[in-house]
Design a protein around this ligand. Structure first.
Ligand code: SAM
Ligand code: SF4
Length: 342
């Protein structure tokens, strides 16, 4: 075990590096905990306690934290939620973030329903790519998973994103055994026809309630084997070593990518470069963190940029080595995925 690396936030060359010598270059910003879906693997069905408006970080506060993080070496930002497109004036935040010097990439994860209204404004503001979550191409199965009968709206959102140039477009598909796993080859066909990347995400224990379990989890490897029985795959030559997704391309040269985010059965914690900011301004150093580091409180109390940078560095130095989902030491976080920002 190594000792936590000391961060010098006062130095202009200060970088976010955790106690395990991992460099933190990705920040995911949740802009709201609200959502118009009720995905069964994510959010409670009813009696949801949304964050009171006054506890939400303002767009200015989010932009300030992002600017400070970029000054400390963050190179990629992703906006998420809740449903990020429910946050008013999101394009203005995108414009502010896109103008930050030193940023390599700005992206968004969305359920897609508001893209017909917002895709063009987001692209004009400087958004580069979107990931649209889509768990089923069958209307009834979709409605069962999202608890909203909105598949046509999501498909319209995907078209709007493509037309606005928010590409390459990725589809996020959480797979649950007995619910949508039979659609994996249909998704492969969809990816080939449209040239999309479809990323299959293993169900993680971040849901409201107790749906998660071995019975519900479909290992990514099993999905890949099912696809390969129909469409042989080859490892992608463009694999990003730090990306959570292991990417495969079609052996026959058809367009499209099959990505597998095997967070449970093949964790990628060793190469993790990510931290998360919740919509109420708390920094989380891991999806599965049990502790959060408040940035918004100090900011509202008048903290300087330098003081916020020090808080960020101190938080990052405590980043967890790995998650414990499969080793018996796992404790489920209090907040659901929709509250953390996936
Ligand atoms: N509302 C947006 C959406 O659905 O794309 C953004 C927020 S959502 C929390 C981000 C991603 O987390 C989505 O792709 C969603 O499918 C995924 N997700 C939510 N709960 C999950 C869980 N328990 N296990 C795995 N992925 C999950
Ligand atoms: Fe909403 Fe996204 Fe969670 Fe579904 S996965 S409930 S769309 S936040």
């Amino acid at each position: 075990m190594t000792t936590p690396h000391a961060n010098d936030a006062g130095s202009p060359a200060a970088q976010l590096r955790d106690g395990w010598n991992r460099s933190i270059t990705n920040l995911r910003i949740s802009v709201t905990d609200r959502c118009n879906f009720r995905c069964v693997y994510c959010i409670p069905e009813e009696n949801i306690e949304w964050l009171p408006r006054g506890q939400l970080a303002s767009l200015e506060e989010l932009a300030r934290i992002a600017r400070i993080a970029v000054g400390l070496g963050v190179r990629r930002l992703r906006l998420t939620g809740g449903e990020p497109l429910l946050r008013k004036n999101l394009p203005s935040l995108v414009a502010e973030l896109a103008a930050l010097p030193g940023l390599d990439d700005i992206a968004l994860t969305t359920n897609g329903t508001e893209l017909p209204r917002l895709a063009r404004d987001l692209a004009d503001a400087g958004l580069e790519r979107v990931n649209v979550s889509l768990d089923s191409l069958d209307r009834a199965t979709f409605a069962k998973l999202a608890q909203r009968d909105l598949l046509p709206d999501v498909l319209a959102g995907i078209e709007a994103a493509v037309n606005a140039g928010l590409t390459p477009l990725s589809i996020n598909c959480v797979v649950i055994r007995g619910t949508n796993d039979h659609e994996v080859v249909t998704f492969a066909r969809f990816a080939r026809e449209r040239g999309f990347e479809v990323r299959f995400i293993e169900f993680m224990p971040l849901e409201h309630g107790q749906r998660w379990g071995e019975h519900a989890l479909v290992p990514g490897r099993e999905l890949r084997e099912r696809i390969e029985a129909v469409f042989p795959l080859l490892p992608s030559p463009d694999q990003d070593p730090h990306a959570p997704s292991r990417d495969w391309v079609f052996a026959d040269g058809a367009p499209g990518v099959m990505g597998f985010i095997d967070s449970v059965t093949a964790p990628f914690c060793d190469g993790c470069t990510r931290i998360r900011l919740t919509a109420d301004g708390k920094l989380r150093t891991c999806l599965f963190s049990l502790n959060e580091h408040d940035l918004l409180g100090p900011i509202r109390a008048g903290a300087s940029d330098e003081a916020v940078a020090k808080l960020l560095c101190a938080a990052v130095s405590t980043k967890e080595l790995k998650h414990h989902i499969t080793d018996g030491l796992f404790v489920k976080p209090q907040r659901t995925m929709s509250q953390i920002g996936g």
